[in-house]
Design a protein around this ligand. Structure first.
Ligand code: UFG
Length: 327
């Protein structure tokens, strides 16, 4: 059985679905503070609880035959991490250390860890390879880097195996239309564009037009959430060979905020009302991954690499679920 913490969240629910499709037995632990019960595949078992609750975890590891943990549960808002760092230290660092403590006690020494491009801070060139300096410019990125480093010490000292996946910008939705992105509050670019298109929000504010990029707006590397999910399955295969690794997970292609708006307009046929605003603190100008390592070592091949497909699948979800899971 695979334990997925945060399996009711946006990315977690897509991973759980892919695992279930591959006939894996899946146990989800999620406190539903951000996640949605309806997002969890009915074939998986959901335990509503906190992954940092050591007693709950001890019980779970005693009762179920857990082979590996995919650790997704986390606080992940860059802006919030800069106003409430203690929340990120507690939720992302302390609680993960508790989870690791229980895993060691239960002799379960395999983890796929949800990390982020934010560990690189403001890189000087692109595409970003895994050996680039890790100098996070926000507490969120720092909290993920700390756990990556702890995992490496656990590997050396306790024979623990881990695969850390540094996600670039997750986007899109499962083509079934059953699950998709539903955050409250929503802060991500693509869902916010659709809120404007669907009349749920008056206009989209573009954060900064004076970045050193061709059109002055930030460039990001968007990766479809199902491709991300597939990478977790490849990561589990690596753990099964008692191997560890750290990998970027992106599409090696960058799109500016203005370009993403244009793609959304093409996909929907609706013009987006835009306001040009100030930069958002903590936003690096360009984040584009090199994914060569994961392609070469884990045979990762994105199926939804095209940006129009990514935006189209997101649109299908938002169009049919304008209020997310509370339909
Ligand atoms: N943006 C706008 N207006 C908005 C929202 C976003 O212009 O209303 C811009 C942002 O400034 C950024 C781009 O759109 O340039 C993408 O922003 P998102 O908030 O969608 O995503 P981020 O790149 O800020 O962050 C995401 C994850 C983080 C992760 C990071 C790694 O949310 O957890 O990718 O690349 F750390």
């Amino acid at each position: 059985m695979i334990l997925v913490t945060g399996g009711a969240g946006y990315i977690g629910s897509h991973i759980v679905r892919q695992l279930c499709l591959k006939n894996e037995k899946v146990l989800v632990v999620d406190n539903l503070s951000k996640g949605h019960k309806k997002a969890v595949d009915t074939r998986a078992k959901l335990i509503v609880g906190d992954f940092g609750d050591e007693n709950l975890l001890l019980e779970i590891f005693k009762k179920y035959d857990i082979k590996a943990v995919i650790h997704m549960a986390a606080q992940s808002l860059v802006g919030e991490s800069m106003s409430q760092p203690e929340k990120y230290f507690e939720e992302n660092i302390s609680k993960t250390l508790s989870l690791l403590k229980v895993m060691l006690k239960a002799n379960v020494k395999k983890m796929v860890f949800s990390s982020t491009a934010a560990v690189y801070g403001e890189p000087e060139k692109w595409p970003i390879t895994e050996d680039f300096p890790q100098k996070p410019t926000n507490v969120y990125g720092y909290s993920k880097l700390v756990i990556e480093q702890c995992l490496e010490w656990y590997r050396q000292i306790h024979g623990f195996n881990y695969v850390s996946l540094r996600y670039f910008n997750a986007a899109g939705a499962d083509p079934s239309g059953d699950i998709g992105e539903d955050h409250n509050p929503e802060t991500h670019l693509i869902p916010l564009i659709f809120k404007v298109i669907l009349g749920e929000q008056e206009e989209l504010t573009v954060f900064g037009t004076d970045y050193p990029t061709p059109d002055g707006t930030c460039i990001r590397d968007y990766i479809h959430v199902n491709d991300l999910a597939e990478a977790h399955i490849l990561a589990l295969n690596k753990l099964n060979k008692d191997e560890s690794g750290v990998y970027n997970l992106g599409n090696q292609k960058g799109f500016s905020v203005k370009e993403i708006i244009k793609v959304a307009e093409e996909v929907t046929g609706v013009k987006v009302k835009v306001r040009y605003g100030q930069r958002r603190p903590g936003d690096p100008a360009v984040l584009v991954a090199s994914s060569e390592k994961i392609q070469k070592e884990l045979n990762f091949t994105p199926k939804f690499g095209d940006i129009k497909t990514i935006v189209q699948t997101a649109w299908e979800w938002h169009k049919n679920n304008p209020r997310g899971y509370d339909r």
